[in-house]
Design a protein around this ligand. Sequence first.
Ligand SMILES: *Cc1c(COP(=O)(O)O)cnc(C)c1O
Length: 338
Amino acid sequence: MASIILNKNNFFNNLDIIAKHTKAKDKIALVLKDNAYGHGLLEMASMAQEYGIKKCVVQTEKEALLVESFFEYLLVLADIPSVMSDKIHYTINDLHTIHNFPAGTKVELKVDTGMHRNGVKTEELYTAFARIKEQELILGAVFTHHRSADELTSEWFWQKEKFKNVKTQTRELAEIFGFAPLRFHSCNSAALFRESAFDEDMSRVGIAAYGCMDLPEALAVEGFKPVLSLQASKISSRFLKKGERVGYGGTYEMAHDGIVSNYNFGYGDGFLRRVSNNYKTQQNVPLVGRISMDNSSFISDEEELLIFENASYVAAFAGTISYEILTSLKSELKREIV
Ligand SMILES: *Cc1c(COP(=O)(O)O)cnc(C)c1O
């Protein structure tokens, strides 16, 4: 099995850029869902703590409990509480699930401002507040998510405008229902860097912190460095003659005599099989033949092969996004912080 190398300097470099933009470390809520985008939940949580990050966002309560000791505030995006914790906050994604939250739960209300994935509709705000009150939940924040922050269109602006109205409405509702003042957040990585004067209470930052934000040129932000690189070790090596074929189905035919080595990284570890016969490392070492479950072959004799140093680079070959490359990496892979 290959190993993941996590570069702490690069991570801290990215957090510096983000903190400069949010104007405070304390406004960064690091998104750690899906095993910290494949980087390793505990590894990233401990480095984040060392840097001084106090907030994080996860998908499930199970993830929250694993990293609870590292943070002061944890937001769970989609789960129902089974334990009581002072630090864990749960998202209300639908009017009809409010009755599932036990009295006393700290909740944040997600509002659908146009993505139409999760959140209550703006017309449902009054009812949502009434049910939250009736259920005796502790409402701390109202938030939303952009559907097109990473695209060069005007959609970001109208969703932002819509959320501005939600803020006004919910501030009033909080007073009517006797709730404490609300916090607000709407920005993921791409949205944060479109804000020239960020003034919300926090930003939910994932991909920028990991250094793999792919944006259209006009929206691009300089200076981010990928945190994760992946190195595989040679299992075996052989000399092949021109015309000999490599791997399942013999789909690659040697163009010249040469050495082909087989490395311990396959689709079972998270190497997307669709880049079979269509990948070169950043050092220009070609992958040959089909990727198999635990193996992939390269025209190389190196003992250790750097398969990639930037998930965005692999994503371009696979016709996908860096998020999918990263979250495909299995949690069983060894992780080393350098
Ligand atoms: C995953 C996620 C984020 C983080 O998005 P990035 O593009 O990685 O910064 C923020 N908010 C919500 C609701 C998410 O699901």
